[in-house]
Write a new protein. Structure first.
Length: 450
């Protein structure tokens, strides 16, 4: 519409002037000048990037009159400024002006009407979408489901009047809405593995296409199989049967898919049980160690009586060795190589090390060193990245200085850890990478000078 108008550009101006032989030559130029001004205004205010014809939807409402009022004022203001020699020239000028404005107005009104019509259709379309979305959000409320369904039908009736649909078209549109409404509703239940998906499918499957019916049937069948298999596996697992006994029970079923799912769930339940048992064992061991360490400080002679012998042999022996060492030396002297190996393990396999029970290391690490390792296992992502950077830089510096003695490395690392802690306590902030590396270099230089 707009492009067609832009192409034709009011062809009568030259012809009107040519046919008016009585008009003076000077008046012709002035009339053409006003015509050119109108064309320029049209180009700049209607066809520019942010002009009238760039407006969409509701934004164009009432803009035609607004723009044309401005054009009228603009033309009259310029007409008042010019002086024509012949009265016929003024008549011709006003005629050209009115015809140009009339042509522009027609195009603008058509554009405004079309854009408002598009906006109305968009509002209606969004209204139908909102009805479906609301039905999904409140799918367990039958009253809201019914209201949303009827609201959408009312909107379709309104569109039908505006678009002048015949009865056949309206029927097709309603059928399409019902298809969208029930397919999305059923799918929303399927996503939550809700049995209502089957209920709504059986009730409204005639509203769906054959392809949708097939897809939803398969999905519902899969959910039913999952539910059956899960319940079967859960019951079998509760009997604590052997693998062969479970297999014997599963063989009685005919459905191949359900059989496979039952085996899958049994495996999952076993893994979960093992994981929970291991976690309980870890928690039990930690608790026993804490009781034992506390008792050693108050009544060493009774300590061994509090060892939990239901734990594994390694845990029991570690506690016996711990008590024996305390009784002999009065304290635990750290295994320096173990301490350094654990510092490296945090870098090499941090996630696995976080899950490991380190309680038994109490027998080989001093209280201070054990606390260091325990703290390093719970670093945030940012803190862990800084630790890795420090570890690698220390490792490279020690290698460059050919320092390989375990006692020397242990002593140097403990010094660095202590200085970094003091830095944080005094500065109330973590040193950045450059400061951390400089700190390591300075401490290493001092250590070597000693």
């Amino acid at each position: 519409m707009v492009n067609n108008y832009a192409m034709r550009k009011i062809p009568f101006v030259e012809k009107e002037i040519q046919n008016s032989f009585e008009v003076f030559e000077n008046d012709k130029i002035k009339i053409l000048e006003i015509s050119n001004m109108i064309d320029k205004w049209e180009k700049e205010l209607l066809f520019s990037k942010n002009g009238f014809f760039s407006l969409k939807g509701k934004d164009v409402e009432n803009k035609t009159e607004e723009f044309l009022t401005e054009l009228e004022k603009f033309i009259l203001l310029n007409i008042e400024k010019i002086k024509l020699k012949d009265e016929k020239s003024r008549y011709l000028l006003l005629k050209i002006k009115n015809e140009k404005i009339s042509a522009i107005k027609e195009e603008m009104q058509n554009y405004e009407k079309q854009q408002l019509h598009n906006w109305e259709l968009e509002v209606f379309e969004n209204g139908i979408k909102s009805c479906i979305q609301r039905a999904i959000l409140y799918k367990n409320n039958s009253k809201i489901l019914q209201t949303s369904y009827l609201d959408a039908f009312s909107i379709l009736e309104m569109i039908s009047k505006i678009e002048n649909w015949d009865l056949k078209t309206l029927k097709q549109k309603k059928e399409q809405f019902e298809n969208d409404f029930y397919s999305e509703l059923i799918n929303s239940f399927l996503l939550e593995k809700d049995a209502k998906a089957s209920f709504y499918y059986e009730k409204y499957k005639d509203k769906l296409t054959l392809i949708q019916q097939q897809e939803l049937e398969n999905a519902i069948k899969n959910i039913k199989n999952i539910a059956i298999a899960h319940n079967w596996a859960k019951e079998l697992f509760s009997y604590n049967l052997s693998d062969s006994e479970n297999e014997k029970e599963i063989k009685q079923l005919k459905n191949v898919e359900i059989k496979a799912l039952i085996k899958k769930y049994l495996q999952i339940f076993k893994q979960e049980k093992k994981k929970n048992e291991e976690q309980l064992k870890i928690e039990k061991n930690i608790k026993n160690w804490n009781e034992l360490i506390s008792l050693v400080k108050t009544d060493l002679n009774k300590a061994e009586l509090y060892i939990d012998f239901s734990l594994d042999e390694d845990s029991v022996n570690a506690k016996k060795d711990y008590i024996k060492t305390i009784r002999k030396d009065g304290f635990i002297k750290s295994n320096k190589k173990l301490f350094l190996d654990l510092l490296a393990k945090i870098v090499e396999n941090n996630e696995e090390f976080k899950q490991e029970d380190i309680s038994n290391y109490h027998k080989e690490l001093s209280s201070q060193d054990f606390t260091i390792i325990e703290k390093l296992r719970s670093l945030s992502e940012h803190e862990f990245n800084l630790y890795v950077s420090d570890f690698n830089y220390i490792h490279s510096q020690l290698k460059a200085k050919s320092i390989e003695n375990i006692d020397e490395i242990y002593s140097f690392v403990k010094t660095i850890l202590s200085v970094k802690d003091n830095y944080f306590l005094t500065k109330k902030e973590e040193p950045d990478l450059e400061k951390r590396n400089k700190l390591i270099e300075v401490l290493l230089a001092r250590y070597l000078n000693k």
